[in-house]
Design a protein. Sequence first.
Length: 742
Amino acid sequence: MVEKQILSQAIALGLSKEEYNQIESILGREPNFTEICIFSAMWSEHCSYKNSIKWLKTLPKEGPATLVAAGEENAGLIDIGDGLACCFKIESHNHPSAIEPFQGAATGVGGINRDIFSMGARPIAQLNSVRFGNLNNDRTKWLLKGVVKGIGSYGNSFGIPTVGGEIYFDECYQTNILVNAMSVGLVKVGESVSATAEGIGNPIYIYGSSTGKDGIHGASFASKDISEDSVNDLPSVQVGDPFWEKLLLEATLEIIQTKKVVGIQDMGAAGITCSTSEMSAKAGVGMEIDLDKVPLRQEGMKDWEILISESQERMLVVVKKGYEKEIESILNKWDITYAQIGQVTDSGKVEYYQNRELKASIPAASLVLGGGAPVYERSYKKPKYFKEIEDFNAANVSCPGNLELIEVGHFLLALPNIASKRWISKQYDSMVGTITQTTETKTDAAIVKIENSSKSLAMTVDCNSRYVYANPELGGAIAVAEAARNIVCSGGKPLAITNCLNFGNPYNEEVYFQFVHAIKGMTSACKALETPVTGGNVSFYNQSTVDDKAIYPTPTIGMIGLIEDPNHITSLSFQNEGDLIYLLGPLSEDINSSQYLAKFHQIENSPAPSFLLEKEVNLQNSLLQAITKNLIKSAHDISEGGLFCALAESCFEKQIGCQLTFETNCRLDGILFGEAQSRVIISVSKDKSTELEKLFDQNEVLYTKLGLTKGQEIRINHLNFGRVSYLKEIYLNSISKEIEKN
């Protein structure tokens, strides 16, 4: 009877019967309820990656600049020269944000920053990728306002600039919104710290916020589909305090500088359980923890509640024995709550006591990724909707007449996926710290100056999930390529990526097909572009039980690049009248998976746009050569909205129009609004055009001289799309007008 009760509790907490039997085998006995809670948290998809690790291991991890590769620490670390390393990572906070958008988004920002400074790096910039349903929907507006306020409130108060990001709106995100937060930090090479627990007898401290009941079972909550009952999981949504985190940041960096600590880890998913087990397993040691010593904000908390609470702004540190007073003096200086709660042991087990009673005793390695946590190889099959995609024929889509083409251009500039996100971005502080270089100068990637250096970091987050839905392998490669293209267009050399892999239920064979093939596409692109993966996050279960619909597969790519010389920083905006405008890449009529096809013609299923990886690599290398030779005035990636929208965006900042004249036998709507890949719009002064063309000819890069910057209007062949000021008004205000509608 007792065994059946424990088994039913295990299943209720997300464990399978087979996993329960595996737990019994590990322990050599029946687990108690506390141990079941621990295993359910640590073996959840969110913590163990049990359904994804097989494929994650196929991603390329090593590169010439790699210092810490994926899976080794809380975040990746790459060498950027001059004795400095860049620490960066992206993670999801999707499920909490779908239920309580303000706190869900805010604590996502807080958690990713702790991953950075727990390694000894000072965060210098934040980015985010957020996705919502139809903007006309009242719930979408509520979620958008809450998420934006949460990101802005936490990030602005914490004092780290939010420098870039992306926002998409699509029906597939109506129930399951995505909130992916990225943080970037700097640390001197050799001064980072590991999340480990070496040294038998070394004391273990918890410091930061007191532990409460918020966030209990948060990891398990993030490892199941959203349902009508998900609102009842509100206790699984954490509550953050950015001002407390600021103190935590300064105290942590000062503690690390003493070199009197063995290891530090922040408490994210699964709280104390996760930090103690992972740090122990990494060093092959154990821990003895006295839960009575943990500072609590609520009385009468049970042992399992303390262990799996995900209260925010908490850290676990292993101190070198004999230096306790030195560490405590720093925590006192910053007025941080702390307590010595245990010590490192040689048992190899995490042992938790309360009221002098042993509540749980588990081999640490059995709980963690790479140890005893289960690893599954799920079956997958080609999605049924591929048949409709394969049957699509662009020739059956009518090409609008001249006047309608102009209307289409205006329509696209007003689309939420293309229009300015000013309403959102102006709520974020991009200038705190005064190192952001792209608040006034518009570039395809965000650029942050490295203090006391001529170098800058370029950073971006990118993923067109519609492409991935249409062709997961090609779309996964495009996501990496577009991120790199944005770095290069801004004047940087791409170095490495982090990723946040957002998918539906992994037990759905069609969803798992999307996941596997997206990984394959990312792998090929990362190898070709020499951008290894330094870490990231998998977020499965972005699927509703109400209608069984999953989101579009969304492998969000966060990428870092390096700009060696400030003169190489390249704006996306046209700089002067009379400059020549070139298209790099094909003058393509491909309308597949474009916003034009999906939103104007209402055709959802079409192939991914044309893309050849070898052409992409050559284009990026050649463009970066041209930039470093100072041959280019501006460079802008062609993405959503195609050539026309890229041209318009290049005109807006300095109110410079353009006049294009070119011959073609292709359909004009495809040339104007299609989204074929590996294409960039550049502007060049006339005296540099010969040298530029010679470089591209030598490198066999396809290019077309389209026209020149001129006047106050956008004219393309016989079409006059109107004054730049009028088009800019459409672009700038369409989202705010929609949000402010009653």
